[in-house]
Each structure stands twice: as structure tokens, then as C-alpha cells.
Design a protein around this ligand. Structure first.
Ligand code: ADP
Length: 168
């Protein structure tokens, strides 16, 4: 399709949470195709390898692609976001907003990215208040401390995480 609206949703997804899923569900209404960019992010010391994170995102989002009819392509990425967006043919980037702390960081990022490539627009979505407090980093900490993570993750991802931290 020549005028396909392609959006890029980038993140670390270590692991994918119900918050990410909610943003993806909302984002799909805005586009014909969503590229989910899974950042290599070695600096963040991910708990799951890049391959594992990609596989989880593919597995978790397949039903959403089916039900919405919007194509979802999951791709690894490193380097500049705006360059990756251009390479994937994405005219806009989707980001999720949780709290004021996210806003401050994102505000700077949008400004910098706009300088690097003014043709790539950033769209912000807010998750349902049920999910708006969920952050992968905290979910991992809870799991490592032996807490329940089932309310923040899909059953399959919760299982993967508990296995990874040796809870099961
Ligand atoms: P995290 O910040 O949880 O480690 P990512 O770096 O993978 O997650 O985040 C990718 C994008 O998804 C970011 O724009 C982030 O703000 C957004 N996001 C993550 N969790 C939520 C949530 N619970 N509600 C709204 N947006 C979220």
C-alpha cells in the first residue's frame, strides 16, 4: 500500500507488560502497520536477551494483530531512533506516558529528535489508569523479591519472568 500509515513503537520490553500491551492496542487504531522496535540496550542490562524479548513481543501481540487486522512487525534496533523510523518507513513514533517523570524525559527526546529529523512526528498515548503505574523495571524487582507479578503481566510472561528469577 503506497499511503500506508506506519507507526513505530520503540522500547526495551524487558519484559513486555500489560501497560505496553494497552499502548499497543490503542496505537493500532491509528495506523495500518505497527513496527515494534525492541532496543538492544546492553547498557540497561536487560534480564531477557534481545531474542527472548522479541519472541515474547511477537507471541503476545499476535492475537492483537489478528483481531485488529493491523500488521505488526517486531524488529530489533540500536542506534538513533529517528534513523530507525525512517528506515522502517514510519512517519510517526508512538510513546506511552505514565507520570510527570516520563513527560520530562520525553519532552527532551522529542525536541532532540525533531532537530535530527523534523519529518518524524511523536504521538503520546496514555494507558488506562489500571495499567498506568506499571513499569518493567519495578515488575522485575518485585519478581526478584518473590512478589506476585500476575496483575502486571500476561500469564505467559509472568511464567517466563518467574522462571528467569528462579521463583519456580
Ligand atoms: P519501561 O519504561 O517500563 O522499561 P520501555 O522502555 O520498554 O518500558 O517503554 C517503552 C514505551 O512504553 C515508553 O514510551 C514507555 O513510557 C511506555 N510504557 C511502558 N509502560 C507503560 C505503562 N504502564 N503505561 C504507559 N506507557 C508505558
Amino acid at each position: 500500500m503506497a499511503n500506508q500509515r506506519v507507526g513505530l513503537y520503540p522500547g526495551t520490553f524487558d519484559p513486555i507488560t500489560l501497560g505496553h500491551m494497552d499502548i499497543i492496542r490503542r496505537g493500532l487504531c491509528l495506523m495500518d502497520k505497527m513496527v515494534i522496535g525492541v532496543a538492544t540496550n546492553p547498557g540497561k542490562g536487560p534480564l531477557f536477551s534481545l531474542e527472548e524479548r522479541i519472541e515474547m513481543v511477537e507471541r503476545e501481540t499476535a492475537p492483537l494483530a489478528n483481531s485488529s487486522g493491523v500488521e505488526i512487525q517486531v524488529e530489533p534496533f540500536s542506534g538513533l531512533l529517528v534513523e530507525f523510523a525512517t528506515k522502517m518507513g514510519a512517519k510517526f513514533v508512538v510513546r506511552g506516558l505514565r507520570a510527570v517523570a516520563d513527560f520530562e524525559y520525553e519532552f527532551q527526546m522529542v525536541g532532540m529528535n525533531a532537530h535530527l529529523n523534523p519529518d518524524v512526528e511523536t504521538v503520546f498515548l496514555m494507558a488506562s489508569e489500571k495499567y498506568s503505574f506499571i513499569a518493567s523495571r519495578l515488575v522485575k524487582e518485585i519478581a526478584q523479591l518473590g512478589g506476585e507479578v500476575e496483575s502486571f503481566l500476561s500469564p505467559a510472561v509472568a511464567r517466563d519472568l518467574k522462571q528467569r528469577v528462579g521463583q519456580t
